[in-house]
Design a protein around this ligand. Sequence first.
Ligand code: SAM
Ligand code: SF4
Length: 336
Amino acid sequence: MSVSRIRYDWDSSEIGAIYNTPLLELIYQAASVHRQYHDSTKIQVCKLISIKTGACPEDCSYCAQSSRYKTAVKPEALLEKETVLNIAQKAKESGISRVCMGAAWREVRDNSQFDQVLEMVKEVTALGLEVCCTLGMLTESQAKRLEDAGLYAYNHNLDTSAEYYNTIITTRTYGDRLHTIDNVRSTNVTVCSGGILGLGETVGDRVSMLHTLATLQPHPESVPINILSQVPGTPLENQPDVPIWDVVRAIATARILMPASDVRLSAGRARLSQVEQALCFMAGANSIFSSDDGHMLTVTTPCPGYNADQEMLNLLGLEMRPPKTRDKLAPQAVIN
Ligand code: SAM
Ligand code: SF4
């Protein structure tokens, strides 16, 4: 097989054809592309820390942290820097190479809380970890301040297609989302952006979202594929489970479209068996989130633990990869 070149000119019909390729053939193609751009024996394990939990003014209909829904999440103030550093240090000792700090904010404000987050970014980066933040909407100057603090990545998910977006969220637009991603791109901070499967979207919506991501130039360096965790109290609490085959198709398609990116099997992994997770890795997922407290971001989203994940990786012959640094980042070369 010749080396697949990185493309930014994907057409929706091509993406639909890839998504609908006979399943085993699709996995084979994705596994082949994966091996051209990545060491298939390595997986990145990440740890999410909710640095500010709950009471979010946004109405994202999947989210346990929106103040509009009655969920099991109890709002908490911004964590102390020492608390964050302790969690990050423990994660590092378990072989984790990336820490993602999430805040239930609509947008970043230029205030003392942001100053504290910048301090956290500096100090967790100094531990030798890749640091990602997900803090809501961001201006260009705020993105620059995060860059100056050493931030490695900024997460801002598109979640679903432009067409389906306002069925899920009405308090901001798809354009707002893309604008923040542009602001991050104006710096050297890498972009992390993906979506959620199981919001009631059609295959066409999945194709459309993947089209938006795969025609960003450069591609997001990191593409999380979340499976909806149905949170009691949210409008999506009764959504049916997404079939594993849809998860595998979405991962394989993302891998083929954005070959150099990290594709992360993110929320919802706790309900997958080891065999199902192995299929996702075969289809090109090369990262997971792990947690020592049993949940991913809040108590409502379960997450497998460090020890269980280490056992699974040993079983599958996978090793945790070390952190990258922004200055050593390979550009997305276009290979013909
Ligand atoms: N407030 C910030 C924002 O929305 O960008 C950051 C925090 S938010 C919790 C980060 C991401 O987690 C969301 O974009 C969504 O993709 C994912 N997420 C949140 N709740 C989820 C759920 N119940 N199931 C699956 N994914 C979820
Ligand atoms: Fe707020 Fe983010 Fe949850 Fe939406 S996903 S309600 S913006 S915390």
